[in-house]
Design a protein around this ligand. Structure first.
Ligand code: SF4
Ligand code: SF4
Length: 404
């Protein structure tokens, strides 16, 4: 931003007084888009551009009512000149308060502390969280015309919601069983879309009434990632269409085997958006991988309940392979990060019940990485062959594992 502003100001000063001498000291000139023509115009009008090194910035010395500017350049040595006016072109930085606002709205920031849009090309005015939009310098440094264009875009996007009398929810959403919910708030904390809230309800117990908090899903915001379902400590959350009733029978079927000679039975939980498509690509690209692999599609690796992994081992799986999107690229913002954390905790429990840590792996495989999928799963199968057949089913009582 400050490059273009400096050139604009220099041209204006030249227009007012063509005899004025202007020198622009810069580290990198970025006159993006059509602004390049103003850079060329400035040069044609005699405005000088001198590059300085990042390690040797110019120095300004006040001397007898004159500001002397000194610059050391490695190629031509020291440059010194007197000036009547020194103008600093300041860059735009994100305000510190952005972090606090980002936490309140549960929206992400980029590495420079500006707000991060859902997709730079496909959804530049949206956040991944529905109903919150961004424009102008909230997103990145922007000039006035860019800010106005982005503000129009954000307003138009907001109108698509405000103009509706009702909103259609996603087919896959989470549901809270109020009877089971203990109001711990873990689901509220972890939901990447701010789609669960704690609501105070009154419970009548004989003559007494008690005010307690219960989680409630805001269906219009829920994207169905299942992170809350996987995180709830008392199994009070269920998922429509992609929950226990669907996944657990699939696990039981997946590990059934009629083979007389042992072959590793591996269950792969692949996220709908990246890794499942990666496995598909491996197939159509004819990358080979062991045929005894059983793939189960889950919406997000973040929605992988520990009970799915335990069930797979209890039913007789020799290995569990989990794959999701690359970190920072999750379709559900941070679901895959939660999957890593959950697995870290689960490893301790697996160890306690005698499941070797080699029997479970988690990977990041995108939709375009069919080759990587076939390589990782082939490597994993070789590891399981070395570790041998799992003897778990006889050792652990299913009752100990709980339901979720
Ligand atoms: S995590 Fe489970 S128990 Fe805790 S508030 Fe959410 S639904 Fe209720
Ligand atoms: S399923 Fe995902 S988006 Fe929906 S409430 Fe749970 S954590 Fe939030």
């Amino acid at each position: 931003m400050c490059c273009a502003e400096a050139i604009k100001n220099a041209l204006k000063a030249k227009e007012i007084n063509p005899d004025i001498n202007i020198t622009i000291l810069f580290r990198d000139i970025r006159t993006y888009g059509f602004k390049e023509k103003y850079y060329n115009l400035a040069r044609s009008k005699g405005i000088l551009f001198i590059r300085f090194d990042e390690t040797q910035p110019p120095e300004v010395i006040a001397k007898d009512n004159i500001l002397q500017l000194m610059l050391n350049k490695s190629d031509i040595g020291e440059i010194k000149f007197d000036t009547d006016l020194v103008v600093l072109s300041a860059g735009i930085v994100a305000p510190e308060g952005n972090s606090e606002l980002a936490k309140l709205l549960k929206v992400p920031l980029n590495e420079d502390n500006f707000f991060l849009e859902a997709h730079v090309k496909l959804r530049p005015s949206d956040f991944a969280t529905d109903g919150i939009f961004l424009c102008g310098t909230a997103r990145a440094p922007a000039n006035i015309s860019e800010s106005i264009a982005q503000a129009n875009s954000a307003a138009a996007r907001a109108t698509t919601i405000l103009s509706k009398e009702f909103l259609e929810t996603e087919g896959i959403t989470s549901n809270v069983n109020e009877e089971k919910c203990i109001g711990c708030g873990q689901c509220v904390e972890i939901c990447p879309y701010n789609a669960i809230e704690l609501v105070e309800t009154t419970k009548q117990m004989g003559l007494y009434s008690n005010n307690i908090q219960k989680a409630q899903v805001i269906k219009a915001l829920c994207k169905g990632c299942g992170t809350c379902f996987a995180e709830c400590p008392v199994s009070a959350i269920s998922m429509s269409h992609f929950g226990n009733d669907q996944i657990k029978p699939m696990i039981a079927e997946a590990v059934k085997s009629e083979e007389k000679v042992w072959e590793p039975r591996i269950v792969a939980f692949l996220c709908n958006w990246c890794s499942y498509a990666g496995a598909d690509l491996a197939g159509v690209s004819r990358y080979q991988y062991p045929p005894n692999l059983r793939i189960i599609r889950v919406m997000c690796s973040g929605g992988m309940s520990k009970s799915y992994i335990l069930k797979a081992f209890l039913e007789g799986a020799d290995g569990v392979f989990i794959a999701g999107c690359h970190l920072g690229d999750c379709h559900y913002i941070s679901g895959n990060e939660n999957a890593y954390l959950r697995l870290e905790n689960l490893q301790k429990l697996l160890k306690m019940i005698g499941i070797e840590e080699e029997r479970i792996q988690i990977h990041q495989i995108s939709a375009s990485e069919g080759k990587k999928f076939s390589e990782r799963i082939s490597e994993f199968t070789e590891i399981i062959k070395k570790v041998g057949e799992s003897k778990i089913p006889g050792k652990v009582s299913k009752a100990k594992i709980g339901t979720n």
